[in-house]
Design a binder for this molecule. Structure first.
Ligand code: PMP
Length: 423
C-alpha cells in the first residue's frame, strides 16, 4: 500500500493518542537507513528512540531470531521455562554493575521494568515511597506516569496518579539547577515530603533521556548512593535509554563508578525485539513471594535469542569503542555548528548519547524552531528527534554502526536546514 492509502486507514482506525503524526510508513530498514512505502529513503538519526544502537536488522540478530522461530516461539516461562531466559539472566547478572550477586527478571517494555523495579524495592524494604526527578521519564503505565518528571503529554488526561511518588530537581545548570541546589532539594524532600523510613527507592536516570540528554555529575550520583545507604533506601538506576552501549560503556552508571541496588534496561538490549530487564541484588530480587513477578510474554524466547546475539555483536564489533568514536564525531560537529549558528548551543555527548539545544536570540528555548527542524528534516529524508523539558533539544540516537558517508550526509542536511531557517 502507498503512504497515502495507509494514512487514510490510520486516521480512520488508529486511536488519536496512539497515532504517529508522521505521514510516511516504514517498508524496509537496514543499519542506519529506512525506506518508506513510496520508496523514499531516510537516514535514521533516531534509531527507534535509542533501540537500534547496533543498527536496523543486524544480520546476526536476524539469524538468531529466525533460528529461535524454528525451535520455540512461546510457552510462557512460568508454564514451561526455556534456556534463553536463564542464559540472558546469567549474562545480565555478570555484566551489570549492581551490588553483590545480581538476579534478574525479564519483562516486555521499559515501563514494565520500572513497575517491577518499584515492586521489588517495596517488597525488599517494606516501604512505599519513591523519589524521582524533574525531567525524568519512566513510561506510560500508571506508576511510571506518576514517576515522570514532565506532565504534558504523558499524564495530562489521565489523573489521578498513584500516590507516594515524590520529586526532586535533576541537576541541569542550563535550566537553573546546579548540582548543589539539586542535592539540597533532595535532602529537603526527605524532610518535607518523603520520610526516609517510608521511602523504598530513589529512581534516577544517570543521563536524562526524554528530559534532554543531561548527564548527572558522578559526584551527584555518589551523593545519592550515600543518602540511600544512610537511610536504607534502594537506589534504582534507569538505563532504559542510556544503557547498552549508548554512552560508550555498557551502562552509563559505569562512568560514575558506583553500584546501584537495582537497574532497569530495555531498548537496545535486543535490537528492536520487545524485552526489558530488572537486574538487582539477589536479596532484593528474591524479596517478593513466588509467582509475584512476570506475565504471559515476559522474557519471550524470541527476544531472549535476540539479546544473546546482541551481546555477541557488542564483543565482536567493538560496539563500545564505536560508540565513543561516534560521540567524538558528534562533538566536533556540534562545535562547528555552535561557531556558525547563534541558535545552536550546549553541544554535549557522553559517548554517543549526544545532543545540542536550540535557543532564541535572548537565550530562551527555541521550541518552535526545534519542531520545525525535525519536521523539515523528515520531509528531506532525515529522521531527527527532539527532547527536553522545553522541547528545544535535538538528540542523536543513530546506530553507532552508522557508516561515515551516511553520517556526513545527515550532518550536511542539518547544516543546510539550519542555514535556511536562520537566514
Ligand atoms: N525509562 C527511560 C529512561 C526511557 O527513556 C523510556 C522510554 N523512552 C522508558 C523508561 C519507557 O520505556 P518503554 O517505552 O519501553 O515503556
Amino acid at each position: 500500500m502507498t503512504n497515502a492509502e495507509l494514512n487514510e486507514l490510520k486516521q480512520r482506525y488508529v486511536a488519536s493518542g496512539a497515532a504517529s503524526p508522521a505521514t510516511q510508513f516504514a517498508a524496509k530498514a537496514e543499519n542506519a537507513e529506512l525506506w518508506d512505502e513510496d520508496g523514499k529513503r531516510f537516514i535514521d538519526f533516531a534509531g527507534g528512540i535509542g533501540v537500534l544502537n547496533i543498527g536496523h536488522r543486524h544480520p546476526k540478530v536476524v539469524e538468531a531470531v529466525k533460528a529461535q522461530l524454528d525451535r520455540v516461539m512461546h510457552t510462557c516461562q512460568t508454564v514451561m521455562p526455556y534456556e534463553g531466559y536463564v542464559r540472558v539472566a546469567q549474562k545480565l547478572s555478570e555484566l551489570t554493575p549492581v551490588r553483590g550477586h545480581a538476579k534478574v527478571m525479564l519483562a516486555n517494555s521499559g515501563a514494565e521494568a520500572l513497575e517491577n523495579a518499584v515492586k521489588v524495592a517495596r517488597a525488599a524494604t517494606g516501604r512505599s515511597g519513591v523519589i524521582c526527578f524533574t525531567g525524568g521519564y519512566h513510561g506510560r503505565t500508571f506508576m511510571t506516569m506518576a514517576m515522570n518528571g514532565k506532565v504534558a503529554p504523558y499524564r495530562t488526561d489521565f489523573g489521578p496518579m498513584p500516590g507516594q511518588v515524590y520529586r526532586a530537581p535533576y541537576p541541569v545548570p542550563s535550566i537553573g539547577v546546579s548540582e548543589e541546589e539539586a542535592l539540597r532539594h533532595l535532602k529537603m524532600t526527605l524532610k518535607s515530603d518523603a520520610n526516609p523510613s517510608d521511602t523504598a527507592a530513589i529512581v534516577i536516570e544517570p543521563v536524562l533521556g526524554e528530559g534532554g540528554f543531561h548527564a548527572a555529575p558522578a559526584s551527584f550520583l555518589k551523593a545519592i548512593r550515600e543518602i540511600c545507604d544512610e537511610h536504607g533506601i534502594l537506589m534504582i538506576v534507569d538505563e532504559v535509554q542510556s544503557g547498552f552501549g549508548r554512552t560508550g560503556k555498557l551502562f552509563a552508571i559505569e562512568h560514575a563508578g558506583i553500584e546501584p541496588d537495582i537497574m532497569t534496561m530495555a531498548k537496545s538490549m535486543a535490537d528492536g525485539m520487545p524485552i526489558s530487564a530488572v537486574v538487582g541484588t539477589d536479596t532484593v530480587m528474591d524479596a517478593s513471594g513466588g509467582n509475584s513477578l512476570g506475565g504471559t510474554y515476559t522474557g519471550s524466547p524470541v527476544s531472549c535469542a535476540a539479546v544473546l546475539a546482541v551481546l555477541e555483536v557488542f564483543e565482536e564489533e567493538n560496539i563500545l569503542e564505536k560508540s565513543q568514536g561516534l560521540g567524538e564525531k558528534l562533538k566536533s560537529q556540534f562545535n562547528a555548528w555552535e561557531a556558525r549558528f547563534d541558535c545552536v548551543v550546549r553541544g554535549r555527548a557522553l559517548g554517543a548519547m549526544a545532543a545540542f539545544d536550540l535557543v532564541e536570540k535572548d537565550g530562551s528555548p527555541a521550541t518552535e524552531l526545534t519542531g520545525k527542524l525535525c519536521r523539515e528534516a523528515r520531509e528531506r529524508g532525515l529522521i531527527l528527534l527532539s527532547c527536553g523539558l522545553y522541547g528545544n533539544t535535538i538528540r542523536f540516537l543513530m546506530p553507532v554502526t552508522i557508516g561515515d558517508d551516511v553520517l556526513e550526509e545527515g550532518f550536511s542536511l542539518i547544516e543546510t536546514l539550519l542555514d535556511e531557517m536562520t537566514a
